[in-house]
Design a binder for this molecule. Structure first.
Ligand SMILES: *[C@@H]1O[C@H](CO)[C@@H](O)[C@H](O)[C@H]1NC(C)=O
Ligand SMILES: *[C@@H]1O[C@H](CO)[C@@H](O)[C@H](O)[C@H]1NC(C)=O
Length: 367
């Protein structure tokens, strides 16, 4: 598919948009019998102006010579077109091989089975990924009823298993969160001071005259925190990656919201709208401190005043908790509602002198 054809398509798109706008105008004119005709919303005008500007820009870019003389013929035309429509993250350019592979496909047909390629790009900071005009393969089975119970057995045929070694849920390591039966006891039981059962969490919020309606679980795996919170009528969004297993699909199958976003990405949520953010196991000393600081401040951005930041089993070396992570958390200026530290007793924990921190912090009401 040539660049010129792409451009033509875009022009067509713009024409359609213009027509929609005229139609809108017309319909509001027709409605003018009513006292005040509705004005064209600013955002629609703005969007149209943006489309126009993009087209003008692209027209100027259109090669006047034959395509054979194009400077970089190796770039897939869809990528070229898309990068002019919407910016993609700069780190995409640092992985041209992966990116070109990703954007080499046949438009208007089935997409290649390359979800692991997408995952690889996202993890390298190439996010958002460019859009593609192909159809993603869907699993053979479709859900026939609303998932009223997020702990119901997971249907194997609702997953495209091609990217994975396992071909059933049963084959996956039960510790990964794919066994609904064992997930049922998580977040509701208290075994040590490092645990914070949901009942206790909500009681704390209640005592502080704080309501918990909406939450965000960062690195939430198969969404079990969201699943348990659903039982308390709290909506929780789960950011999760498909690291070697179909985590995103499972969150969806459970009737919960999976956000396919890596840890280094700005949270796709507006400022001050969530009541609680939880960081699970994925957030730990393996994240470079600079990246972690950005993450913490982004958590602060999305939390409302009085909202809670729950670091659940954050692990680091004991000395680093004192010298690095403790002070880093302190920069937020949050109230320490809970601060529990315990030895990490597994083999790598013992070897590296690691400790767990479970902390519930409350954002000040006004800053
Ligand atoms: C959740 O909401 C439903 C419907 O409003 C209600 O019946 C139920 O008691 C609520 N559950 C909790 C734990 O508040
Ligand atoms: C934790 O580990 C340290 C050494 O790494 C040890 O001195 C301390 O007694 C341990 N604490 C508990 C409660 O086991």
């Amino acid at each position: 598919m040539s660049f010129t054809m792409g451009l033509n398509l875009l022009l067509l798109l713009a024409m359609v948009a213009t027509n929609i706008l005229s139609l809108y105008h017309l319909s509001s004119t027709l409605q003018s019998k009513s006292p005040t005709p509705l004005p064209v919303p600013d955002h629609l005008l703005h969007q149209l102006q943006t489309i126009r500007a993009t087209i003008n820009h692209l027209t100027r870019l259109q090669p006047t010579t034959t395509p054979t003389t194009t400077k970089r013929p190796s770039i897939p035309s869809d990528l070229l077109l898309y990068t002019h429509l919407s910016p993609i993250a700069s780190s995409c350019h640092q992985h041209p091989d992966l990116l070109h592979k990703y954007m080499t496909y046949t438009p208007f047909s089935l997409c290649p089975l390359d979800s692991s390629l997408a995952e690889a790009l996202i993890l390298r900071g190439c996010h958002p990924l460019p859009r593609r005009r192909c159809f993603t393969k869907t699993p053979p089975s479709i859900p026939t009823s609303l998932p009223t119970n997020p702990f119901a057995p997971l249907p194997d045929n609702a997953i495209i298993w091609n990217p994975y070694t396992c071909k059933t849920f049963y084959c996956l390591n039960p510790y990964l969160g794919f066994d609904p039966k064992s997930e049922k006891s998580k977040f509701v039981t208290y075994k040590s001071d490092l645990d914070l059962p949901i009942q206790q969490l909500l009681a704390i919020a209640n005592l502080g005259h704080s309501v918990v309606r909406l939450g965000l679980d960062i690195g939430g795996g198969t969404g079990t925190f969201a699943a348990q919170m659903k039982g308390f009528n709290v909506t929780v969004l789960t950011t999760t990656m498909n690291l070697g297993a179909p985590y995103n699909e499972v969150v969806g199958l459970r009737g919960l919201v999976p956000l396919h976003a890596p840890l280094q990405q700005r949270l796709p949520v507006f400022d001050g709208v969530v009541d609680i953010v939880r960081c699970g196991h994925g957030v730990n000393r393996w994240i470079p401190v600079t990246a972690l600081e950005f993450l913490f401040f982004d958590v602060d951005r999305v939390l409302r005043g009085g909202g809670y930041f729950w670091l659940d089993h954050f692990f680091s070396k004991g000395v680093d908790l004192e010298n690095v992570y403790g002070p880093l958390i302190g920069k937020l200026g949050y109230k320490k509602v809970k601060w529990a530290v315990g030895n990490k007793s597994d083999s790598s924990g013992v070897k590296n002198g690691e400790v767990y921190l479970s902390a519930l912090l409350q954002k000040p009401v006004s800053k």
